[in-house]
Design a protein around this ligand. Structure first.
Ligand code: HEC
Length: 175
């Protein structure tokens, strides 16, 4: 009986060691707080706040001309006025090429993500898209996706899609 238990334990240790060795050989990082991967710990660290207050805070960020410490004097509303679109295009530089990108409305936009966007055709989520606009068009610094600021901005942008049919992958909507 005892021998069986020892063998079982030794076997389990061997399997575990094998898994860790395999993972590191494949370059797979185990999810630990030490290597920067975060799990529920982050959620537990966020302040308790209602969706309503989060959306309200996000709306303020949306109209903030210094968001992401940008110095262009633009806010999200500069292009997406009241969550819609001012129409026309915005300039963008990619691989040295200047291009004009049509400005979509954000009404219903949140229901389209994840989706393929940008000249580099990457799959992005809504937060990624918000950050893309901060970086590309406002020349600001992106929000940490684990921060409540990023969630607040997402709450507001998502509120513009309330009641819309969820349609991941859909094209942007032009006015
Ligand atoms: C200078 C104009 C400009 C500003 C400022 C701007 N955006 Fe955008 N936004 C665009 C353009 C242009 C696109 C379309 C990009 C594309 O198709 O790749 C876009 C796309 C988006 C989308 C995706 C819509 C869809 O259906 O594809 C979201 C979400 C978005 N913006 C949110 C924001 C938020 C939030 C801010 C503020 C942090 C912001 N934008 C600031 C011009 C702007």
């Amino acid at each position: 009986m005892k021998i069986a238990k020892v063998l079982l334990l030794a076997g389990s240790v061997a399997v575990l060691l094998g898994m860790v060795t395999y993972a590191s050989a494949q370059g797979i990082k185990l999810l630990t707080p030490e290597n920067g991967m975060v799990g529920m710990g982050t959620m537990a660290d966020l302040p308790i706040i209602t969706l309503r207050t989060s959306t309200k805070a996000g709306k303020e960020m949306f109209n903030d001309t210094t968001l992401g410490m940008n110095t262009t004097g633009q806010s999200c509303a500069t292009c997406h006025s009241a969550g819609g679109s001012i129409g026309g295009t915005a300039p963008m530089k990619w691989k040295g090429m200047e291009m004009q990108v049509a400005i979509p409305t954000l009404k219903g936009a949140a229901a389209h993500f994840p989706a393929v966007r940008g000249p580099m055709k990457v799959v992005t989520d809504l937060m990624g898209m918000n950050n893309m606009c901060i970086m590309t068009f406002m020349k600001g610094r992106p929000l940490n996706k684990n921060s409540h600021q990023a969630i607040d901005l997402e709450s507001y942008v998502a509120s513009l899609s309330k009641g819309k049919r969820y349609d991941p992958g859909a094209e942007k909507t032009l006015p």
